[in-house]
Design a protein around this ligand. Structure first.
Ligand code: ADP
Length: 244
């Protein structure tokens, strides 16, 4: 049984890299006045490095719950969440928060930008909180605004940006600290179809260029079809989704 270890091929990092995200037997239930509502009931899911996965399901089925558990914002009642091969369940709150800040970027349906700061400052701030110097953080923020094609809006406050521009800034902010995976909950849900298309194209280009993985909840089947694969939730479990 003394077989030599197979060599690691430099052009095939995915062969040896662990999944960026793995959910194993994940259960999440809410206790309500009407009884216990089990939203996730044994979820199995892996997202590989560089993979873009669409999460499509009707409202109320559990997309946000899945994203919150996968993104370490909520703890499951049972099962394991692994980020980059590292388990989250044994970690205390401080270590979970550190893992979330380092490895996970979040984008919501509403931008959640700080209203009194400019687009640039909104992207600089999380980097400085993570310990980066101001000039380095500004350089990266400008680069990200460039990737998102809104460098001309760097000095605008959120109220001076269109809905699509606000979401572009929110996406740039979410990836500012170089996470391993971007999780987005209906990131284009508030936008008209054309703007939604442009914002998604910018997100797609950013994710592909940076080798990031992404798990994106969306109602938009055309966008879902442009991702590497689509999943849905059925009876509390993740199953492949049919995209027409
Ligand atoms: P989706 O994102 O697909 O719309 P959610 O994950 O937000 O679905 O919610 C799934 C189900 O869990 C819904 O029926 C919702 O009402 C319920 N739910 C979500 N959060 C809570 C909570 N904190 N307490 C009780 N029920 C909740």
């Amino acid at each position: 049984m003394n077989q030599p270890a197979s060599p690691r091929l430099p052009d095939e990092p995915g062969v040896v890299a662990p999944p960026v995200l793995a959910l194993e037997g994940v259960v999440r239930a809410y206790v309500t006045a009407a009884g216990t509502l089990t939203v996730l009931n044994g979820v199995e899911l892996t997202v590989k490095p560089g993979e873009l996965v669409a999460l499509v399901a009707p409202s109320g089925v559990g997309k946000s719950t899945l994203l919150h558990v996968a993104g370490l914002l909520e703890k499951p009642e049972a099962g394991e969440v692994r980020i980059n091969g590292r388990t989250a369940s044994g970690l205390n709150d401080l270590a979970r928060t550190a893992m979330r800040r380092r490895d996970i970027g979040f984008v919501y349906q509403f931008h959640h930008l700080l209203p009194e700061f400019t687009a640039l400052e909104n992207i600089v701030m999380p980097q400085m909180i993570a310990g980066l110097g101001k000039s380095e953080a500004e350089a990266r923020a400008r680069q990200l605004l460039g990737y998102m094609r809104i460098e001309a809006r760097a000095d605008h406050r959120p109220a001076e940006l269109s809905g699509g521009e606000q979401q572009r800034v929110a996406i740039a902010r979410a990836v500012a600290n170089g996470p391993r995976i971007l999780m987005a909950d209906e990131p284009t849900g508030n936008l008209d179809p054309k703007t939604s298309d442009h914002v998604f194209a910018a997100l797609d280009a950013l994710v592909r260029q940076s080798g990031l993985s992404a798990l994106i909840a969306t109602h938009n089947m055309a966008l879902a079809a442009r991702m590497d694969r689509a999943i849905t939730l059925k009876d509390g479990k993740v199953v492949p989704a049919e995209i027409a």
